[in-house]
Design a protein around this ligand. Structure first.
Ligand SMILES: *Cc1c(COP(=O)(O)O)cnc(C)c1O
Length: 360
């Protein structure tokens, strides 16, 4: 068996320890004689799995009791609709558009009410985060929406926008659990887990209790109401049971690693290795404004499509996989999520140095 360094943006690398443990428990989960995949989601064993997963996530993020944690399906993309359907009481919301995912969320919200684009960085291909200290937030906006870490472009909000008292809703898919957060600053924090937590198929929604109501847009399907899932503790119907089980293991791994403050330190260290090299390289360069650089997704280019393609190909041959940039931007992108070991980033930079030598 040989594992590569996998720089995929998602689904992405998972901690090897977690995968090994899951493999050990595959045929017989702790004396139950069955796999978690084969188990009733109403069984005692599963009840413990989902409750422990929630408790560990609450501990990691210090989630106050006034927030609910929901394990849902439909990916982050389904939240683009669920958010306006559940939260647009005044049929008005403000969107800050800093990339493709925020843009999609904005376009979806337009189907349900008046969505206002109050800031955007599309003028410079989303290579920066706009100044959000004094935006024209609507008087009667139900919420202000951001995508906190822009997976495709590699930017991150280092400071949350001034929402002027309005509820902040954030898609954190690609920075989930990468550093400590103050949950109380948000109304809703959500993300698909396949970037930084677990396998595809689970989306975690952390939502302030008062935002969960029956007062939703007319015609909202039962399955798309937060209240349905909150009232049933995420077991209204069959949840993505196996995925939640793996997420639970990752939460335990994160606790063992020292929690989110330790992850932040580790992530900063990893990102610095790569960014420092990009800043000194004569061949490669980063594509976003330095102040807005993401710790998780690092896009870079050589300036030549031909060299970019050569790099991606040769990197793959050297065991450094999935470095091709998103189809909308080209170039390269290294996603260095929680589970990417520091050795992986060091190997990438060593390979880039060698490639630069050879292709000067
Ligand atoms: C990947 C991604 C999405 C889309 O997630 P799906 O689960 O495929 O719907 C949305 N937002 C961000 C920030 C992402 O990185």
């Amino acid at each position: 068996m040989s594992r590569v360094y996998n720089f995929s943006a998602g689904p992405a690398v998972l901690p090897e320890e977690v995968l090994k443990e899951a493999a050990e428990e595959m045929l017989d989960y702790r004396g139950t004689g069955m796999s978690v995949m084969e188990m009733s989601h109403r069984s005692k064993a599963y009840d413990t799995i989902i409750k422990e997963a929630e408790a560990d996530l609450r501990e990691l993020m210090q989630i106050p009791d006034t927030y609910r944690v929901l394990f849902l399906q439909g990916g982050a993309s389904q939240q683009f609709a669920m958010i306006p359907m559940n939260l647009m009481k005044n049929k008005k919301a403000d969107y800050i558009v800093t990339g493709q995912w925020a843009k999609k969320a904005y376009q979806e919200a337009c189907l349900y009410g008046q969505a206002n684009k109050i800031a955007s960085s599309e003028d410079k291909t989303f290579s920066y985060i706009p100044d959000c200290s004094d935006l024209p937030v609507s008087e009667d906006a139900d919420y202000v929406y951001i995508c906190e870490n822009n997976t495709i472009y590699g930017t991150k909000f280092k400071e949350l926008p001034n929402t002027k008292g309005k509820t902040l809703v954030a898609d954190v898919s690609s920075c989930f659990l990468s550093e400590p957060v103050d949950v109380t600053k948000y109304g809703v924090i959500y993300g698909g887990v396949q970037k930084n937590i677990g396998p595809a198929g689970v989306v975690i929604v952390i939502i302030r209790e008062d935002l969960i109501t029956e007062d939703v847009l007319p015609g909202t399907p039962t399955m798309l109401k937060y209240k349905t899932h909150a009232d049933a503790d995420s077991l209204y119907n069959t949840p993505p049971a196996y995925g939640i089980y793996i997420c639970g293991k990752v939460f335990k791994w994160l606790k063992k690693m020292g929690g989110l403050a330790a992850m932040k330190e580790r992530n900063e260290k990893k990102a610095k290795i790569l960014y420092d090299y990009l800043d000194e390289s004569k061949l490669f360069r980063g594509t976003v404004e330095k102040k807005d650089r993401s710790l998780m997704n690092v896009p870079f280019v050589t300036g030549s499509d031909e060299l970019d393609a050569k790099f991606v190909k040769e990197a793959k041959e050297a065991g450094l996989e999935n470095l091709k940039g998103h189809r909308s931007v080209g170039g390269m992108r290294a996603s260095i999520y929680n589970a990417m070991p520091i050795e992986g980033v060091e190997a990438l930079v060593a390979f880039m140095r060698k490639f630069e030598e050879e292709n000067r």
